[in-house]
Each structure stands twice: as C-alpha cells, then as structure tokens.
Design a binder for this molecule. Structure first.
Ligand code: PLP
Length: 450
C-alpha cells in the first residue's frame, strides 16, 4: 500500500461499520468513487454491477440527476428547518400527505426520522408510550425473530435477532425483547413437512411463547415482510395468515418493518401487500429517497396517534424528536423519488423483469454448491450447501459465503454473503440484459470460488 494514499488514510483513520476489522486491516477496503445506472467503479477503475443496490437501497441506481436537482433546488430555497415546537415546512407536509395516501389502510400519521434504525427505535418508544397512556403499563414486551434485523440502536439491536450485533455491546438491554424462530423453510423445515405445515409450526411456537409470557405483557410483534439481513428469506406460504389472528387475539400490535421491502422491492408497493399483512405500524426508509438522502418514516394509525395526543396533554408535550428528522432536503428528494416511481412505472418494471431475475438465479439450483434459491420481485437469496442431497451446510470455518462474495467481486459483481446465503437486491431499474450479465458474473464467481 502506497504511503499517503487514500487506502492508507482509510486504514489509519476510518472505523468501518459492520466490517471484519481484521480482514480490513490485512486487505484494506474497496473504495467506490462513482456510479452510473446499476454500476459502480472503485478508485482503481474496476467496474462492478451493484447487485445489492448498495445496502438494499439505491433503487434508482447511482446516477439519477433529477434527485440531485431536487436536493439542489431545496437547498437553495430552504436548506434546513425542523418540525419541532409547532413549526414545520412544506416538503415534510407534502411527503406525509403522500405517504398517508399510498400506505396500507389505516396508517394516516407520519413521523419522520433519518434512518431505518431510528424509525424502528421510535416505533418501540411509541409502543411503550401508547401502552402507558392507555393504562396498560405491564404490556411492554416485544417479539422479534431470530436473524431478523431492525437496526443498530440500543433498542433495535436488542430487538434484532443477530447475535454478533449484541455480543459485548451488553445487549439485549432488558428482558423485554423476545424472539421466535427464523422462518427459513429450506433450512429449518423438517423432513416431509410442507411449507404450510412449517408455517403452522411457527405459529404454534408464537402461541406457546405468548401463553408462557402472558399476552397481557406483550405489546408488539416486529417483522420484515421478507427478512433482509437474515439472508433474503421470503416467508413460507401461509406464514402471516397464521401469525396475524394470534396477534389480534392477544391485542399485540403488528409492526411491518418495510425498510427494505417498501416501495416496490417485492413487486408490490409494500411487502405487506405481497403477504397480506395488515400492520398497525409501518417503518420505511432506504428506497423512500432511493437513498440519495437519509430519511425514514414511521407510519401509525389513528388509534396510536390519539394516544400520542393524550400523552402530550398529560406530559405537556410529545417528548420525542431528532434535529434532522424530516429534513427538508431529504423530504424534497423523497417527493421526487416517489414522482419518478410513478412516472416511470417502476412497480410495473419490477413486475416485468422479476421473472428474468428469479429464473436467471433459479438456474443456479443445478449448481453443485447451491441448495436453494428463493425470492420475490427483485430480492432473492441463494443458499450454498456442502451437500445438496442432505442440505448439510459448510463448516463455518470454510467461510463459503465470503469466498463466493470475494470471487464475485473479482468477476465484477457486488453481492452480499450473509453466512452462506448470497443476497441479491439490485436497483429496481435493472434491465433484463443487465440481469443476464449479473447472472453470468455470478456463475463466474461461483465457479472460481471452488
Ligand atoms: N430494518 C431493516 C429491515 C433493515 O434492513 C435495516 C438496514 O438494513 C434497518 C432496519 C436499519 O436501517 P438503517 O441502517 O437505515 O438504520
């Protein structure tokens, strides 16, 4: 490594997030310097197809000039204002109005934050607040799922089912966080068990947990429609149909974490639509601004909003908020993003190219290293196995997923290994020709890895 180079400065000063810091110390980082459409280039001039859209988020790719212009125009008109103390600004109002109009039924009030973590963190706070105000102070426990991911604040990392994000951080913070099983049918379905039977078993497990803890102590169940950070895991058939009546019976709120799925990723505007979820709260971020600006939203029902009003009367104010929540530049970019989605019929585009995406990746079921390929819309997970017949996984020390990820990068493709599942979530604008290229590079990566 050259002294005084960008890479040397990176090693000396940058603390990379969610990174194997040993590997970073040995190998350095790939530093990305520009993008065009679904492609990015690193500082050494290497070109990649970005099949993860960054972090499941750059829905319009890496060169949408209209979003840059929307940000520029808003910066000139009003670069900053807040939404505290009965003040506000037009971009946040227009965006709240728009989100309420397109949200699943009954979600009419919008609280803006900056990140998916903050939106889920706020959801947790509001759920506790709601149950205090409505006279149920004992109803506080939250159920997440193993391998579920809802963010990295103290509360959301506690709710997530990702052990390495809790170890040595003294998390989970309290015993209010409970977890049920991961709904990966391929990995955890039993021999001879159908997908529907697996879903019924998952529902029975939830019911047993509620019986054990007491329904009167449980406030909410958080679920990503498709589990992203858990490995791009689509729910097994009938899963949410079985889970929801149980939640209703015990007056447990359903929070749909649409941070990845929201705005077309699953082929519907919301993942909730794809899987028949009727959430009491919904969080979204990432594709809300195509990730050109940091912004998230928590959508809530009238019933929950009424409790905020009541709490505000009781305490003199609704005591929650961040300086940059609902930043006008981010809201202006979100409004332009949503306009582009509609004008270019991005949802229709996702539905048109999804068969090429799912069939293209589906071909890898024949590959000796691949046990399963599953997806919906433009999100899919490819599970690597040591033995196709027995589904035996690779030993962890083999780092099979990482090997494939690195080989793919050499072949000009950015994918993400989550354990031994390789996740794909390309920008929503990807064309069939680019999907073909993506699959060819994946084949080159897979073949080179062994
Ligand atoms: N929820 C889900 C489902 C996510 O995938 C993520 C991030 O990947 C988050 C929440 C956290 O979002 P952020 O990284 O913007 O805080």
């Amino acid at each position: 490594m050259r002294p005084n180079s960008l890479h040397a400065a990176d090693l000396a000063h940058m603390v990379h997030q969610q990174t194997d810091l040993d590997a970073h110390g040995r190998e350095g980082a790939v530093l990305i310097s520009r993008g065009e459409g679904v492609r990015v280039w690193d500082t050494e001039g290497r070109e990649y197809i970005e099949a993860m859209a960054g972090l499941w988020c750059a829905s319009l790719g890496f060169s949408e000039r209209r979003l840059a212009k929307a940000a520029h125009d808003q910066m000139l008109a009003l670069p900053y204002y807040h939404t505290f103390f009965q003040k506000g600004h037009e971009p946040s109002v227009r965006l709240a109005e728009k989100l309420a109009a397109i949200a699943p039924e009954g979600l009419e009030h919008v609280l803006f934050q900056c990140s998916g973590s903050e939106a889920n963190d706020a959801a947790i706070k509001l759920i506790w607040y709601y149950n205090n105000v409505t006279g149920r102070p004992q109803k506080k426990k939250l159920i997440g799922r193993i391998r579920g991911y809802h963010g990295n604040t103290v509360a959301t990392a506690s709710l997530s089912g990702q052990p390495h994000m809790q170890a040595d951080f003294d998390l989970p913070l309290t015993d209010r966080f409970l977890h049920v099983s991961n709904p990966n049918y391929y990995r955890f379905g039993e021999t001879g068990e159908s997908e529907e039977q697996f879903s019924a078993r998952m529902a029975a497990e939830l019911e047993a947990l509620i019986a054990r803890e007491g329904g009167e102590t449980i406030a909410a169940f958080f679920a990503e429609p498709v589990q992203g950070g858990g490995g791009a895991i689509t729910p097994p058939r009938g899963y949410f149909d079985r889970i929801q009546p149980i939640l209703k019976k015990h007056d447990i709120l359903l929070v749909a974490d649409e941070v990845i799925c929201g705005f077309g990723r699953t082929g519907h505007l919301w993942g909730s639509e794809t899987y028949g979820m009727r959430p009491d709260m919904l969080t979204c971020a990432k594709q809300l601004t195509a990730s050109y600006q940091p912004l998230s939203a928590l959508l809530i029902s009238d019933r929950i909003h009424a409790a905020l009003l009541e709490g505000s009367r009781r305490n003199g104010s609704f005591g929650h908020g961040f300086t940059y929540g609902g930043h006008p530049v981010a809201c202006a970019v979100a409004l332009e993003t949503l306009a582009i989605y509609e004008e270019r019929d991005i949802l229709g585009h996702v539905r048109r190219v999804s068969p090429a995406f799912l069939e293209g990746l589906g071909q890898f079921r024949e590959h000796p290293l691949v046990g399963d390929v599953r997806g919906v819309g433009l999100i899919a997970g490819v599970e690597l196995v040591a033995d196709k017949a027995t589904k035996a996984p690779f030993p962890a020390a083999a780092k099979a997923g990482l090997k494939v990820q690195e080989a793919c990068e050499k072949a000009g493709l950015i994918v993400r290994a989550i354990g031994d599942r390789i996740a794909f979530t390309p920008p929503l604008i990807i064309t069939e020709a680019e999907i073909g290229e993506m699959c060819a590079r994946f084949r080159a990566g897979l073949d080179a890895a062994w």
